[in-house]
Design a protein around this ligand. Structure first.
Ligand SMILES: Nc1ncnc2c1ncn2[C@@H]1O[C@H](COP(=O)(O)OP(=O)(O)O)[C@@H](O)[C@H]1O
Ligand SMILES: [Mg+2]
Length: 288
């Protein structure tokens, strides 16, 4: 079994430098992060805080990539750059070969806090995404039911978010994200606020959904077990400034479910990622 762990320094640069606004060779759903650095401007006159430094990553179409790192290492900042909600201070990001210059429908975001419209029922939340996609009103309800079915929520279609549990709300948020049919799903600790059992159920469901409807997923977590269960590849980040320190290819195949958790190889991959994360934290401490 190949348990590869390559350091950022040793990796050959996989991008081709500046591409202008469009790379016509890139497949839909690819993410190309090229030498991205990000500094937050301090308040009047104070120093800038460098949050991300020289991040380069290539994500293939349909790949499920997890990013792990300690809280504060810049994971959300990186995701927001891909989403187009933040502009890198240096470097560029391409999604499907197009330079990211702002939010667009090719990228769907699922945040930790359920961002549902509270005045709309579950199904109307999903229908909203379909409307944004330009689907005609007469087709929306039936299609929305299908997306709710995908996350096992069709029976709560007419319920308002306030009457749903946290896990159910997050399922609807997922259905809505899927309904927008983005090329790329950006997920920022989407299960972080849930209890352990619900989180596990949603992780397994997400794997099933991804298998039925493959797409590129960029999934952020601080949980090593979650990263190894979900990710075909795990990117490990360190903090201050946020940098990629290693990548672990998780050779557990693409068909995963609750039994994956019992595999000896699962425990081994977890140990590899945990070690890398611990080393990242030591190097963060040393750099302070
Ligand atoms: N809008 C902001 N202005 C200034 N600093 C910020 C801002 N947002 C985040 N930060 C800082 O950037 C660092 C990384 O934050 P974040 O990307 O949220 O990390 P993570 O998601 O890994 O916890 C933290 O030190 C945080 O305090
Ligand atoms: Mg975060």
């Amino acid at each position: 079994m190949a348990m590869s762990e390559s350091s950022q320094e040793n990796r050959t640069a996989s991008h081709d430098g500046p591409r202008g606004r469009t790379d016509h060779h890139a497949a839909p759903g690819t993410i190309s992060i090229q030498d991205v650095s990000l500094a937050y401007r301090g308040v009047a006159g104070s120093l800038q805080v460098q949050v991300l430094r020289d991040i380069s990553l290539e994500v293939a179409s349909g790949e499920f990539v997890c990013v792990v790192g300690a809280s504060g290492c810049g994971k959300t900042s990186l995701l927001n750059c891909i989403a187009g909600l933040l502009k890198p201070s240096m470097g560029s990001i391409y999604v499907g070969g197009e330079l990211v210059e702002g939010p667009a429908r090719d990228r769907g975001v699922v945040f930790q806090q359920y961002a549902l419209f509270p005045w709309l029922s579950a199904i109307r939340n999903v229908e909203f995404a379909l409307e944004m996609r330009g689907m005609e009103r007469k087709d929306r309800r039936e299609a929305a039911i299908e997306y709710l079915r995908l996350v096992d929520m069709e029976r709560s279609a007419d319920v308002l978010p306030k009457a749903l549990s946290g896990g159910m709300k997050q399922r609807v948020a997922l259905a809505r994200a899927y309904a927008a049919e983005p090329q790329v799903l950006l997920m920022d600790e989407p299960f972080g606020a849930l209890d352990a059992q619900t989180r596990r159920r949603l992780q397994i469901d997400l794997l099933g959904t991804w298998e039925r409807k493959p797409r590129t997923v960029f999934f952020i977590t601080h949980d090593v077990e979650e990263a190894v269960l979900l990710g075909g590849r795990v990117i490990v980040m360190k903090a201050s400034p946020g940098e990629v320190v290693s990548e672990v290819e998780v050779g557990l195949g693409t068909k995963r479910d609750s039994h994956t958790l019992d595999l000896p190889a699962f425990a081994e991959y977890k140990a590899v990622v945990a070690r890398s994360l611990a080393a990242a934290e030591i190097s963060t401490e040393a750099g302070r």
